[in-house]
Write a protein that binds this ligand. Structure first.
Ligand SMILES: Cc1ncc(C[n+]2csc(CCOP(=O)(O)OP(=O)(O)O)c2C)c(N)n1
Length: 283
């Protein structure tokens, strides 16, 4: 793999374990929160904050930072754990998730929390915001990149396709978006609710460079972002195949775990499965 040594990959995988354990603990503690998407995205958020993004937690508004728009704002628990472990605010604050007067509400608030690029939660809006950020950077010939995370259920919002059309038309090659393709949204399987396939072909038709990778494999994730950075004429969409709740087996494919907090027993067995999964990786 390009420039990334096995040791570095293993280090990232170790970080993703901590983030997953924190996600389970804070949602269990809050008795509320979106666990499935947060666990499924843990590898990608780790890759971004600890390798891919050009950012500085000591200077969250640094003008040259890469922008990262988390359009699927309900995955706030993984966003918060990645931000805290990167140094944007104390890790001890994570346990205030969803508490009264906490800066860590159910959806991210950029006016309150350092590192949050833009407040999100109303699905379908972040990609349009990311397009605006990419357009101004393109016009001003700035080097930073704009990343954007969207859910596959979120992709059923009409505004996603308006943004897709705009980015393709403007050839926003500084825009790297990715889809959390777990086939699950709040009400069930995406293909039963409002079919998305053939998803890659749809993005291609909107003039996007389309990549796909296993979003629960660190090496594949890093390779996909490397490839995306090299694209110089189109926006990139990475379709990351993930599993809801990964690696917790009882959450896999079960839409209830889109947004249900685990009870004591479930939290304990989720942590046990996470620990067993990482042990088997034999890092
Ligand atoms: C505009 C809007 N409509 C509805 C919702 C409620 N909602 C929150 S998450 C969600 C499903 C999202 O599915 P997906 O993007 O696949 O997320 P995942 O289940 O994979 O985390 C819905 C409908 C919302 N937040 N915003």
């Amino acid at each position: 793999m390009n420039n990334i040594e096995k040791k570095q990959i293993n280090n990232l995988i170790e970080i993703s374990k901590q983030l997953r354990i924190d996600v389970v603990n804070i949602i269990h503690g809050a008795k509320s929160g979106h666990i499935g998407g947060s666990l499924g995205l843990a590898d990608i958020f780790t890759a971004l904050y600890f390798h891919v993004l050009n950012h500085n937690s000591n200077d969250p508004n640094w003008a040259d930072r890469d922008r990262f728009v988390v359009s699927n704002g309900h995955v706030a628990p993984i966003y918060y754990t990645a931000l805290a472990h990167s140094g944007y605010f104390p890790v001890s604050e994570l346990s205030s998730l969803r508490k009264l007067r906490s800066r860590l509400q159910g959806h991210p608030n950029s006016l309150e929390l350092p590192g949050v690029e833009i407040s999100t939660g109303s699905l379908g809006q972040g990609l349009g915001v990311a397009c605006g950020m990419a357009l101004i950077a393109q016009k001003d010939k700035e080097d930073h990149l704009v990343y954007c995370s969207i859910g596959d259920g979120e992709t059923q919002e009409g505004s996603i396709w308006e943004a897709a059309m705009f980015a393709g038309h403007r050839e926003l090659s500084n825009l790297i978006a990715f889809t959390d393709r777990n086939y699950i949204q709040i009400d069930g399987n995406t293909e039963e609710i409002n079919k998305l396939e053939p998803l890659a072909e749809k993005w291609k038709a909107f003039n996007w460079n389309v990549l796909s990778a296993n979003g629960n494999d660190m090496e594949e994730i890093l390779n996909a972002f490397e490839k995306a950075k090299k694209e110089n004429s189109k926006p990139t969409m990475i379709i990351f195949n993930t599993k809801l709740g990964f690696p917790v087996s009882f959450m896999d494919g079960v839409s209830k775990w889109h947004g249900t907090a685990p009870n004591d027993k479930e939290a304990k067995s989720a942590i046990k499965e996470i620990e067993e999964y990482y042990l088997k990786l034999n890092l």
